[in-house]
Design a protein around this ligand. Structure first.
Ligand code: UDP
Length: 327
């Protein structure tokens, strides 16, 4: 298929571009490179347009023959979203609305949307499936939920199709270590632990050890970024034969505590990673673990890298490559 990937120079976007190219698709990237990286473009054509630039967006999508869009471009930091809600709504909700209108004007019929477990808020069940109540507890999650609702309404009123993929904790890096996670500032646990070990980041702080979990630290469902990428390939390919609105939760179904993740990072590094215990981070539920039964049965998707040790190893390979070649 001839596909447009917004945010294709970012972390999950670039891994998905890699998987789409490997599956034989023709990929163009639309990215304003505000947080994405030129080295992640993988030889694809770049349309350097901001989604808030309505006029240029429409102009650049017309008459290109795109058959579908995978939409990653967004602002995604929970803490930042709390301090700058209008910027988050403008980018995530306004940007996606502009994109959908430009797609409609250009007759592009299908969209895969990067959504998040943050739309669910505090879990009311051990495993979170697609029907779990949606009550986000931060602005980032609110913006993603509003977009899902907008997409559902658009699908119900026209021939448009949208599939929302709700990621749990994206982690790891491609095995060849040429693509990986690089956010500034970095807020995520695994890169923060590995940057502390590599000497490229700050000392590690563990945010709270008084949660109602086995070891007192938060439990999350870490999903390898290449497994997220393969889910996107399956989702856009399935949309050839099905239409309307759909949503899938993407995780491994296994929860690991912050302390267990640090242990996996220490194994990958081959050394102890010192940390201090800090206070809880606002907006962190104790446990978030996905049920991905629907994605497994309807997309025929199976995560292939579900060991936390493998995820940490791949992230460490990437961190060493980044430190030695790109900084
Ligand atoms: N965390 C931590 N120290 C850090 C970064 C994260 O203790 O420097 C904790 C965080 O409080 C949460 C877990 O690690 O319980 C995963 O956080 P991350 O930011 O990686 O992903 P999120 O769960 O926010 O999507």
């Amino acid at each position: 298929m001839k596909l447009l990937v917004t945010g294709g120079a970012g972390y999950v976007g670039s891994h998905t571009v890699r998987a789409l190219l490997a599956a034989g698709h023709d990929v163009t990237i639309l990215d304003n490179l505000s947080t994405g990286h030129r080295w992640a473009l993988q030889g694809c054509e770049l349309i350097p347009v901001d989604l808030r630039d309505t006029h240029n967006l429409s102009r650049r999508l017309k008459k290109r023959g795109f058959e579908g869009v995978l939409h990653f471009a967004a602002k995604s930091l929970v803490g930042e979203s709390k301090n700058h809600p209008a910027i988050y709504y403008q980018n995530n909700v306004g940007g996606t609305t502009n994109l959908v209108r430009a797609m409609q004007a250009a007759d592009i019929p299908r969209l895969v949307f990067s959504s998040t477990a943050a739309i669910f808020g505090n879990p009311v069940s051990d495993l979170i499936d697609e029907d779990h109540p949606k009550a986000p507890i931060n602005v980032y999650g609110q913006t993603k939920l509003v977009v899902e609702q907008m997409l559902q309404a658009v699908c119900e009123s026209s021939e448009f199709s949208a599939t929302c993929l709700r990621y749990f904790n994206a982690a790891g890096a491609n095995n060849d270590a040429k693509l990986g996670e690089w956010h500034e500032p970095e807020t995520h646990l695994i890169p923060n632990a590995l940057r502390a070990a590599a000497g490229t980041g700050n000392p590690l702080t563990l945010f709270g050890d008084d949660y109602p979990t086995n070891d007192g630290t938060c439990v999350r469902d870490y999903i390898h970024v290449d497994d997220l990428a393969s889910a996107h390939v399956a989702a856009i390919e399935k949309m050839n034969s099905s239409s309307g609105f759909n949503a899938f939760n993407l995780g491994n179904g296994n929860g690991y505590s912050v302390k267990e993740v640090i242990t996996a990072c220490e194994k990958a590094v081959g050394a102890e990673i010192p940390y201090t215990i800090g206070s809880r981070r606002e907006g962190d539920p104790a446990t978030l673990v996905a049920s991905s039964a629907k994605a497994r049965s309807e997309l025929g998707w199976t995560p292939e890298h579900d060991s936390i040790d493998e995820i940490a190893r791949s992230a460490w390979n990437w961190e060493c490559h980044r430190r030695d070649n790109l900084t």
